[in-house]
Design a protein around this ligand. Structure first.
Ligand code: ADP
Length: 263
């Protein structure tokens, strides 16, 4: 159902030109569909919390609650939804900066183990609340990697928060090791797991396994797409392995600093 289509099939220059135009038309069409979908998603994601906010604020104003406890529950929902919207707006801002290539990185030779330790420290409160322990297992004396420390911490924190969010009970294990000029890091949980058919789409914006799963647990659906971009922009790779009911592990890989190339 493309609007533009040049139907020249000859094998000469005009034929090749027609082919190129048709190719561009298909790409443009894909891009536009993608864009439309993106805006539809944003509108939906913002409308839902706004509906909650409006409803509960009205309920409090009109005294539509049976007890102080119920009113406090409404306030709690208002607080949660406000947090979710703030997170969404922050994530969108981050994504737009990334797309424009405006996200700045301050590359330094860093020890990934330190980044992991501080990330664990920062997510400790959340994991404690759920009774989930985080273990760090790794080689000491790992080679350094040339990364932005804060951005890398953002990646690790995001993966840890997901692991906590989608785990009911059990533990999270972070492993660090080096392998063939790469530093590797895995974050394994014993949580819900992800069905195999969802895995190829997991890093797409707004993609969620079971639409309701992350509404209840408070995600924006943008976390992993941001994580993936931050990894790729730092010459890294990310993989995921998962088994429903058993757990999920995300594996990151970054090149080690190559001192032979320095003066
Ligand atoms: P969200 O903000 O919804 O968590 P993400 O982009 O971070 O969005 O993750 C996308 C989806 O992938 C989530 O909605 C969730 O269904 C699934 N997911 C992410 N991490 C895990 C995990 N550790 N265990 C199980 N499912 C996960």
């Amino acid at each position: 159902d493309l609007k533009t289509r040049v139907s020249v099939e000859s094998k000469d220059e005009i034929g090749s030109l027609a082919k190129a135009i048709n190719y561009l038309a298909v790409e443009l069409d894909k891009y536009q569909t993608n864009r439309r979908q993106f805006f539809a998603n944003i509108s939906h994601e913002l409308r839902t919390p706004l509906t909650y906010l409006g409803g509960y604020i009205k309920a409090i104003q009109q005294g539509l609650y049976q007890s102080d406890k119920e009113r406090d529950q409404y306030l709690f929902i208002i607080e949660n939804e406000t947090e979710r919207m703030t997170q969404l707006v922050n994530d969108l801002f981050e994504l737009s900066k990334m797309e424009e290539g405006k996200l700045e990185f301050h590359f330094e030779d860093i020890d990934l183990c330190e980044v992991v330790q501080s990330s664990i420290e920062k997510t400790k409160l959340k994991s404690k609340e759920k009774g989930i322990e985080i273990f760090l297992k790794g080689d000491t004396n790992l080679p350094l990697a040339n990364l932005d420390g804060l951005r890398t911490e953002q990646i690790v924190i995001n993966l840890l928060e997901n692991a906590i969010r989608y785990t009911e009970k059990g533990a999270i294990t972070v492993r660090l090791w080096s392998e063939r000029q790469k530093i590797k890091l895995s974050i394994e949980d014993t949580g819900l797991g992800i069905p195999e058919e969802d895995l190829p789409y997991l890093f797409e914006r707004f993609y969620r396994v079971e639409k309701s799963r992350s509404r209840e647990t408070g995600g924006t659906g943008l976390g992993l797409s941001i994580v993936k971009s931050l990894v790729v922009l730092q010459q890294g790779e990310i993989q995921v392995k998962s088994e429903v009911g058993k757990g999920t592990s995300f594996i990151l890989s970054f090149p080690v600093v190559d001192y032979s190339q320095e003066d």
